[in-house]
Structure formats: structure tokens, C-alpha cells
Design a protein around this ligand. Sequence first.
Ligand code: NAD
Length: 308
Amino acid sequence: MVKVLVAAPIHPDAVKMLKDAGFEIVYEEYPSVERLKELIRDVDAIIVRSKPKVPAEVIEAGEKLKIIARAGVGLDNIDLEAAKKRGIKVVNAPRAPMRSVAELVFGLALALLRRIAYADRKMREGEWVKKKCLGVELHGKTIGIVGFGRIGREVAKIAKYGFGMNIMYYDVVRAPKEVEEELGAVKADLEEILRKADIVTLHVPLLESTRHMINEERLKLMKKSAILINTSRGAVVDTEALVKALKEGWIAGAALDVFEEEPLPKGHPLTKLDNVVLTPHIGASTEEAQRRAGIEVVKQIIEYLKSS
Ligand code: NAD
């Protein structure tokens, strides 16, 4: 019988799919490396999320192991070299969180531009801050999308069809003409986007070429009225430079879901600023994204194990 080790919580519908396929499920949440080495010995597949880590010693202990699945995006917790050496397939679900992250971008934009988070904070302190809450609309504004991949394009869709915004994007790769036309998206270089956009939103992966892509020099190019949204990876922004920009009013505000250090350390300078909205890396934390992630990887496991 095919045996699957589920080493992190996945959506119940995905568990049901495994059962319906006739697979035996071994469930243990976030086992240690030592425990994983025991559990993996006689399973055909393992499913993880951002945890637990699957290092070479675990992969080598999986005598029957054929496939490793990450129910989510990114494979940084899996030793890909070790898997490749043993001919073990590694899969993930990169499209699963696309819509959830894109929707969060607008949640953050509205929370900042309409001062929702600030007003809520003050209401709880018993303050009626109506006069300090003059906001701006999204309609007719320009959004600059940095990284025009899966999430970047979904953001563009909502910006265009939901809010009637103008769209500029920057990417190392040019999007197909049909995509540009459908979304009315204009490609520009990063500096031009920073100079013109009312909202700059980051959707690049973290690579050497994108680390601290948004630094002091580039923050200075942005309009004083513009805001920066980061739901990509914390280190795409130089946090120290951003704090300076926010304190000195080079930009109007920032909304951040990701940080150079996670969890964000208690009492961090960002937490002291009113022109900032902060969320604890919740881009993919929706019922739908979790379900899609589980189902996408389980489908791949079933297909692979039934055909091998
Ligand atoms: P994707 O690979 O589909 O798109 C990334 C785009 O960035 C690509 O079009 C690529 O060409 C472009 N790019 C790469 N290097 C670049 C550079 N140096 N300059 C300009 N463009 C560059 O990725 P995606 O699925 O859209 O994910 C985007 C980001 O969102 C990633 O950083 C991912 O880790 C992050 N993410 C965050 C959450 C969250 O919970 N906040 C959830 C999922 C994904």
C-alpha cells in the first residue's frame, strides 16, 4: 500500500483526496529531524509546508521515498540537491496563493490610504480622529508593479477592473503583448515607476539581484505622496532606509506583510510609526489558498505515484 507522510497541517479536502486514492496516511505535525528520519523510512511521499525542514539526512533515510511535496510556494526548506541525487521528485503549488496575496495588497493599500488601521487603533484608545483621517481614493491613480509574474499580474487585474487604476510594471522579462493590452499595463524602468507611481507594490522573488532593490537612493525617487507595499520578501527592501524615508517624509507611508527578520522584533522602529501598516506574513493565509495548495500537491502526488 502507498504510504504518505503528512508532516504539516494540510486542508481536510486534500487529506480526503489522499484517502480516496487509497493511500495510507501517517500524520505527525512538524516532526524533528531525528523523528522525521524514523517516519520517512517506509513512506512513498512526504508533504510539508514551510516547516518541517527536509535536509539531506532525512532524504537519504527515505528508502522508498519517491516524491516530496511542499503545500505552498518556495522550496527553501527542502534539500533539492539531495533529492535530485536520489532521483526524488519535488513539487509545490506556486499558483495557490496568487489571488490571496493580490487581494491583501488592496487590503493594505486601503488600510493605509484611508487610515483604517490608524483610525481603528485610535478608536480603541477612545480618540475620535476624524480630522486626521483625510484619505485618498485608488480610482484614477497609478500603480507601479515591480515583478510582473503570477501575483503581479493578478494585482494588475484587480487594479484595473476593481479600482480603475493606471498600471505600470517593471520586470526583467516583458509580458506578452496580449497580457499588456488586456490589462492596459505599460512596461517602464524601475526608476520611472518610482518617480511616477502613487502606489509601488513589490512582487519579485528574493534573489541577489533583488536584495535591497528598494534602497535609500530609490526611495528618494518616489513621490512624497506615494506609498510602498511589500508582500514579496522582506529583504527586497532595505528596512533601515525605509524607516528613514517614513520618518523624514520622503514617502507618505508603507504597508508591509514581510520583513527582513521574521517575526518582526518587538519594539521595532516600524511599529512606532503611524504611517505604516504591518501584517505578520499573511499573504497566503486564506482558506482558499490553503485548500488550493493542499489539493494541487496531492493531485501531483497521486498522478506521479500512480504512473511510476
Ligand atoms: P513569479 O515568479 O510568478 O513572479 C516574479 C516575477 O519577478 C517574474 O516575472 C520575474 O521575471 C520577476 N523578476 C525576477 N527578478 C527580477 C528582477 N531582478 N527585477 C525585476 N523583476 C524580476 O512569483 P510570484 O508567485 O508572483 O511571487 C512573487 C513574490 O511573492 C515572491 O517573492 C514570493 O516569495 C512572494 N510571496 C509572498 C507571499 C506572502 O505570504 N506574502 C505568498 C506567496 C508569494
